[in-house]
Design a protein around this ligand. Structure first.
Ligand code: IDP
Ligand code: MG
Length: 139
C-alpha cells in the first residue's frame, strides 16, 4: 500500500555534506522524495517536534543537537513507506544497526545518528503536517 512517512536528515549529516549519499540510500530502497526543505530549527521547533521525549534524560541534549546546524526535512512516499524507511535507517544505536543501513554506514553516535523516521503511519501524518503544507508535497 502506498503511504507517506516523515524523514529528517540530521545536523551531523548536513555538517559532513552527505545529504546526497543518504537520499540515494532512500531512493535505492524504493522511496520517493515528494517534499523536501533545508531549514535551521529553533529551540522551540525542536522541543515541539520531540515533545514525546520531553521526560527522557537525553531530551535537552537532543534539542541542542537538532538545533546545532541545518536539517533537511522530507516527506517520503512508497509502498509501506513507514516500515521501509525504518528498515533502511537501521537501529537507533548505530552500534546495533544492520550492515548496509544508513545509521550503520553514516551515524556518528547514538545521538548523532544522521536520520529521523516516523515510527507509525499515525505519527507520520502528525509530523508531516507539523512541517509541510499540502501545497509543498508534490507526489
Ligand atoms: P528513533 O530516532 O530511532 O525513532 P527515538 O527513541 O525516537 O529513536 O529517539 C529519538 C532520537 O533521540 C534518536 O534518534 C537519537 O538521536 C536520540 N536518542 C535516543 N536515545 C538516546 C540516548 O539514550 N542518548 C542520547 N540520545 C538518544
Ligand atoms: Mg522515534
Amino acid at each position: 500500500m502506498t503511504e507517506r512517512t516523515f524523514s529528517i536528515i540530521k545536523p551531523d549529516a548536513t555538517r559532513r555534506n552527505i545529504t546526497g549519499k543518504i537520499i540515494t540510500k532512500l531512493e535505492d530502497a524504493g522511496l520517493r522524495v515528494v517534499a523536501q526543505k533545508r531549514v535551521r530549527w529553533s529551540k522551540a521547533d525542536a522541543e515541539a517536534f520531540y515533545a514525546v521525549h520531553k521526560e527522557r534524560p537525553f531530551f535537552n541534549d537532543l534539542v541542542a543537537f537538532m538545533t546545532s546546524g541545518p536539517v533537511v526535512l522530507q516527506v517520503l512516499e512508497g509502498d509501506t513507506a513507514v516500515a521501509r524507511n525504518r528498515e533502511i535507517m537501521g537501529a537507533t544505536n548505530p552500534a546495533e544497526a544492520a550492515a548496509g543501513t544508513i545509521r550503520a554506514e553514516y551515524a556518528e553516535s547514538l545521538e548523532a545518528n544522521s536520520v529521523h523516521g516516523s515510527d507509525s503511519p499515525e505519527n507520520a501524518a502528525i509530523e508531516i503536517s507539523q512541517c509541510f503544507s499540502d501545497a509543498e508535497i508534490v507526489g
